[in-house]
Ligand binder design. Structure first.
Ligand SMILES: NC(=O)c1ccc[n+]([C@@H]2O[C@H](COP(=O)([O-])OP(=O)(O)OC[C@H]3O[C@@H](n4cnc5c(N)ncnc54)[C@H](O)[C@@H]3O)[C@@H](O)[C@H]2O)c1
Length: 301
């Protein structure tokens, strides 16, 4: 089998200096893609900056015979996203693949300050909008593009943290909107919901243990969290989506955590009860809804 399936393609991986981004950057590089490794070099809590994280991954890809360059901008700003894309254009002439992985632990509950809320939205949701706006036109022109955005199981709301849930669900809707709008152009857009034993994962262990004790996360989540494998178990689905085999796969959320890969359901009407034609039928009465909502919509006995 040809192991250079992505030869000639240019990939930008944000947050590529650590964890899941690093595994994706290395896997895409091993498949022959030229890689822009973007990383601001923060700690797990979005503090500090260093060029070392991106540089180490670039050096590793080059040592193995691949092509890579570093970019150190923050993708929590539109200028940073533009600059990260420009690094790919300057070094390799274009950007064909984007994997939006950069992230950090920021307060995602209702006690978040305005500043934390804004950083959260900029880093997790704004990043994907700014990157998409920058790269989609060129991808469409060339008839090939893979736009992959990282979301989280937290999008379900089942980890609490409503700001986190809103941003992560926003990423899914943004990506699905892109998938729908750009269908048939050769550009696909999909989400990755990862589970990888990264430094971020290790740092959030105490928080999830406490949430498990408080009943906010269930036993299944907590058991799965403790068995999470290294991020190299997450990156293969990202690489696969970039190959020709993934050409028609768009608008999906792939959850990958090692030993399995899953797709998420789409937001659709689940159950519907009809009152009648509004031209001839009055609106629901509250007494009718007393019966209809629990028994016919929520299916309570
Ligand atoms: N690890 C998991 O199990 C898991 C689960 C769900 C979601 N995620 C998401 O996956 C993504 C990657 O997480 P990870 O576990 O690999 O974390 P990580 O800390 O190992 O790597 C994240 C990288 O992003 C970089 N970064 C942070 N802010 C940045 C910015 N503004 N601009 C550019 N780079 C920036 C950091 O320097 C770091 O190198 C995050 O968005 C995270 O929320 C991870």
């Amino acid at each position: 089998m040809d192991d250079k399936l992505l030869q000639g393609k240019v990939a930008l991986v944000t947050g590529g200096g650590n964890g899941i981004g690093r595994a994706c950057a290395e896997e895409l590089g091993a498949l022959g893609a030229s890689v822009v490794v973007n990383d601001l070099g923060t700690d797990e809590w979005a503090q500090g900056t260093t060029s070392e994280a991106a540089d180490a991954v670039v050096a590793g890809i080059r040592e193995r015979g691949g092509e890579a360059v570093a970019n150190y901008d923050s993708v929590a700003t539109s200028e940073g996203c533009r600059s990260a894309v420009q690094t790919g254009v300057d070094a390799f002439g274009k950007v064909d693949i984007v994997v939006g992985c950069a992230g950090a632990l920021i307060e995602g509950g209702l006690k978040a300050t305005d500043e934390q809320y804004e950083l959260f939205m900029a880093l997790f949701l704004g990043q994907k909008f700014w990157l998409g706006r920058e790269v989609l036109p060129g991808m469409v022109e060339r008839g090939y593009g893979r736009f992959i955005t990282v979301t989280s199981h937290g999008a379900t709301g089942l980890l609490g943290q409503p700001v986190f849930a809103a941003a992560m669900c926003g990423v899914i809707s943004l990506t699905r909107g892109i998938a729908h709008e750009y269908a048939g152009t050769g550009v696909t857009a999909n989400c990755l919901s990862p589970g990888g034993a990264t430094r971020l994962h290790a740092t959030s262990r105490d928080m999830f243990e406490k949430m498990h004790e408080e009943g906010i996360v269930d036993d299944e989540f907590w058991e799965g969290f403790q068995k999470t494998p290294p991020p190299e178990y997450v990156s293969p689905i990202v690489a696969w989506l970039c190959t020709d085999a993934g050409a028609d796969v768009t608008g999906e959320v792939f959850q990958a955590g090692g030993g399995y890969v899953a797709t998420h359901s789409r937001l659709r009407e689940e159950r519907t009860v009809y009152r009648g034609d509004p031209k001839t039928t009055p609106p629901w009465t509250l007494e009718e809804l007393d019966l209809v909502v629990p028994r016919m919509l929520l299916m309570k006995p």
